[in-house]
Write a protein of this length. Structure first.
Length: 282
């Protein structure tokens, strides 16, 4: 189920009550310790919804936990940048929390803006159109509109998330996203098919060519018989442009990289450029 922006906003404004037990967990629940810590952390952050700064004593009172528990959680959240300590020893929301929140908003907005573009791309090419985002060294497909004849092959988890080095979406994002390129090179290259690029030097050359061409292709590097073309969705961060997503088309090699290759590349690049422009104007 996909939530709209208004539904997400409503959920944030009216969160369900969260009860945080204090004291040691029952003997049979020791394995739930990490989950309990997460619940407490969420409750701590929720305390800052109506007050800009809080101390450990007030947080402990609000949650009904020991002050020592509140102190430990506040310190842990501050070490991760989700909170920051003021000169007076109190706490307030940290910049990292705002960064994460902005990222969530951006990705929600990305899906909403991309969906009609993906629909148009599928209708033009009659192939499966996809929206992907980088997750470390992997590619996560957050939306997919299947083309005629795709069947159920894309319904498995194997096609939901995959290694970035063997997909066109991964190549095109790594070419304009240094963090993803580093993650891929550091993890190494798994051979999926005889056509998968597994040599780091060749992979770097491919990324250079992708930057020049403005698109990437994957010819049966992940699945024999299937190929894809992708173009980056880019945003400006500071003085440079970074790929935050990719739009791709996948289908049989003969249809995607055969006689229609030029038309496929042009359509995919135009779709990605459209989404990039919409993000820039938001």
């Amino acid at each position: 189920m996909t939530l709209t922006a208004s539904e997400v906003g409503a959920a944030l404004e009216n969160p369900p009550p969260l009860l945080v037990p204090d004291g040691p967990a029952p003997a049979g629940e020791a394995q739930d310790g990490p989950l309990r810590s997460v619940a407490i952390a969420m409750a701590v952050l929720d305390c800052f919804g109506d007050e800009a700064e809080l101390g450990a004593t007030k947080v402990a009172q609000r949650l009904g936990v020991a002050k020592s528990t509140a102190c430990r959680m506040l310190a842990a959240l501050a070490s991760g940048g989700l909170l920051e300590r003021t000169p007076g020893g109190r706490y307030r929301l940290g910049l990292r929390l705002f960064e994460i929140g902005q990222l969530a908003v951006d990705r929600l907005m990305l899906r909403e803006l991309s969906l009609p573009v993906l629909g148009e791309l599928r209708e033009i090419l009659r192939e499966t159109a996809q929206l992907a985002i980088p997750v470390g060294a992997d590619v996560l497909y957050v939306d997919r509109l299947e083309g005629a004849g795709a069947g159920t092959m894309f319904h498995t988890e194997m096609y939901r998330r995959g290694p970035g080095h063997s997909s066109s979406a991964g190549k095109v994002m790594a070419a304009v996203n240094p963090a993803m390129a580093r993650a891929i090179l550091e993890r190494g290259f798994e051979r999926k098919t005889p056509f998968t690029i597994v040599d780091p030097a060749r992979y770097r050359q491919v990324l250079l060519q992708v930057r020049t061409d403005g698109y990437a292709a994957s010819r049966e590097e992940h699945t024999i018989g299937m190929s894809s073309v992708a173009a980056p969705v880019v945003v400006t961060r500071g003085d440079r442009r970074v790929a935050v997503a990719a739009i791709s088309v996948v289908g049989s090699t003969s249809r995607v990289l055969g006689a229609r290759k030029v038309a496929v590349v042009q359509s995919v690049r135009r779709a990605a450029a459209t989404v990039s422009a919409m993000l820039a104007n938001c």
